[in-house]
Design a protein around this ligand. Structure first.
Ligand code: ATP
Ligand code: MG
Length: 505
């Protein structure tokens, strides 16, 4: 082929073209080449092409090589081409030139690199982080991606989480969930409070911050999830403590005034009775007034006790001894079908700073409640042990040694809705004739004033466990009760031995 014909053909191409001697020296470059590389033809002709890019050998050109060609522009910038080479024969039919056609792919390359970098950045931000993150498609509600922290938190594998509908983890009813998604989608960024379910079924309170992100041309929601379960529980605990406190004050105020009125009623009833002859038919009525007023006055005394804790001064009280005393006191009233047993380590006697009468009252309330929860009989276990730095759910206790008292029954138990209210004054399920609903409120007040805590666990049909913690005075004092227990040394050591089980029926 003649050179001018070739040049004319290459001149109009949009792609760069280079015509080289078989040894790589430049014969001709087209205007597109000049434009794309910045090198001008005049300066380039006669020079070796390796000044612009690595030369492609004749052998490869003869085999129609094509591939990436990295070149340098006249200003030193990096350029990338898709090159395809061939050998052009001269008029005599013998190989004469090497022809390279070069398509500029510099832009695509930059874009690919930028994409790779942003993907890398996304992976780093999304995955390598402690924060729980989910990427959700708001139009379908499906989880597109989840980081490892999210997998740990929810208990699913990454594969399980991807493609899962968020209604599997969010406890909202479907239509409210769809509304929330819509809100999140429309408002760009937003914070929600939800309840999320782990794979195990456990529920957690979460705060979810969502923001819109564009991924691969799609609008998705990036959710960052904070587990706020502990905070929510602590807040609820605080609110309850405050409510109990104000209820206590209120009850105290009412009880005080009420007691004064009752005093008048009782006094007047007595005077009337005294003035009535023995056989007066009105006597029975007035006696009933007197008895009702006496009961009412007893009730207000309880109320005052709840409100102020009575005017009893605390003293060092032997928890074990008090428990035994209460047990023998109530055992006769429990009935033949209820067994009460005490389990306590031998050899130690935890001493708490609390009025013995109050501790007795707290224990009686718990045991009587247990009894009343067992209409067909059963077993009550009062378990006493000494624990250090107890970790009571959502109640702050000063570190130290505590007497831990468990009153366990296998009675009817309570559903969650009832458990939530048992410590409130006047909360009763027993009807006005049978319960005042003050027993546990008083117990709660007594325990808290002694610097302790009380908790309850219950399951319907299985039974109930009340736990009371009382801070101990300077550890423990030696057990001086004579006992045939060979392991008892009577020294004040803190060794906790096998429990002694005393059974009182
Ligand atoms: N061991 C228990 N098992 C099942 N339910 C219980 C138990 N202890 C308390 N309860 C529930 O808690 C409620 C409140 O108890 P609380 O002792 O405060 O009042 P009460 O027993 O109803 O009345 P009161 O003790 O003033 O006579 C009870 O009515 C009962 O529903
Ligand atoms: Mg009670």
């Amino acid at each position: 082929m003649a050179l001018p014909t070739l040049q004319a053909a290459l001149g109009g191409l949009a792609d760069a073209a280079e015509l080289l001697e078989l040894d790589g020296r430049v014969v001709y470059v087209n205007p597109a080449f000049e434009r794309l590389t910045g090198h001008d033809a005049g300066g380039l002709v006669g020079r070796h092409i390796s000044d612009v890019h690595e030369a492609v050998s004749v052998e490869r050109a003869a085999a129609s090589w094509s591939g990436r060609v990295d070149a340098k522009s006249s200003s030193g910038g990096a350029l990338a081409f898709d090159g395809s080479y061939s050998v052009v024969s001269g008029d005599d039919g013998a190989p004469r030139w090497v022809l390279g056609l070069l398509r500029d792919v510099t832009r695509q390359l930059h874009e690919e690199r930028a994409l790779r970098q942003s993907e890398e950045l996304y992976r780093q931000i999304f995955h390598s982080n402690q924060a729980i993150k989910l990427l959700v498609d708001p139009s379908t509600g499906l989880i597109e991606d989840a980081n490892l922290a999210a997998c740990d938190f929810y208990g699913y594998t990454p594969e399980e989480l991807r493609g899962l509908h968020i209604d599997r983890i969010n406890t909202l009813p479907r239509e409210r969930l769809d509304q929330a998604l819509l809100v999140a989608r429309q408002s760009g960024s937003r914070t929600f409070r939800f309840q999320h379910r782990r794979k195990s079924g456990e529920l957690r309170e979460v705060e979810v911050f969502t923001g819109g992100v564009e991924v691969g041309g799609r609008y998705l929601l990036l959710s960052i999830v904070h587990d706020v379960t502990e905070r929510v529980r602590a807040e609820a605990q605080l609110a309850r403590a405050q409510r109990m406190d104000s209820l206590g004050r209120l009850a105290g105020g009412v009880a005080h005034d009420f007691n004064n009125l009752l005093f008048v009623v009782l006094g007047e009833a007595r005077i009337v009775l005294r003035g009535l002859p023995e056989d007066d038919p009105l006597r029975a009525e007035v006696e009933r007034i007197r008895d009702a007023a006496t009961r009412a006055s007893e009730l207000t005394r309880h109320l005052l006790l709840f409100a102020r804790g009575g005017d009893v001064t605390p003293e060092p009280s032997d928890v074990h001894k008090t428990l035994r005393g209460v047990a023998s006191l109530v055992s006769s009233t429990l009935g033949h079908d209820v067994r009460l047993s005490i389990e306590a380590p031998a050899g130690v006697r935890p001493v708490a700073y609390i009025a013995t009468a109050q501790l007795e009252q707290a224990l009686v309330n718990l045991i009587i409640n247990a009894r009343e929860a067992m209409p067909h009989g059963g077993r009550i276990v009062a378990r006493l042990r000494v624990v250090s730095d107890p970790d009571v759910e959502h109640q702050r206790l000063r570190p130290g040694d505590y007497a831990e008292l468990e009153i366990v029954d296998d009675g009817v138990g309570m559903p969650k809705e009832i458990v939530a209210h048992v410590f409130e004054p006047f909360f009763t399920t027993k009807g006005p004739e049978h319960g005042t609903g003050l027993g546990l409120a008083i117990t709660y007040g007594i325990v808290h004033r002694a610097g302790g805590a009380i908790s309850v666990e219950s399951e319907v049909g299985v039974g109930t466990t009340f736990r009371v913690w009382l801070p101990l005075l300077d550890g423990l004092v030696p057990d001086d009760t004579p006992r045939g227990d060979a392991g008892s040394t009577g020294s004040g050591e803190r060794a906790v031995r096998a429990p002694t089980i005393a059974s009182l029926t």
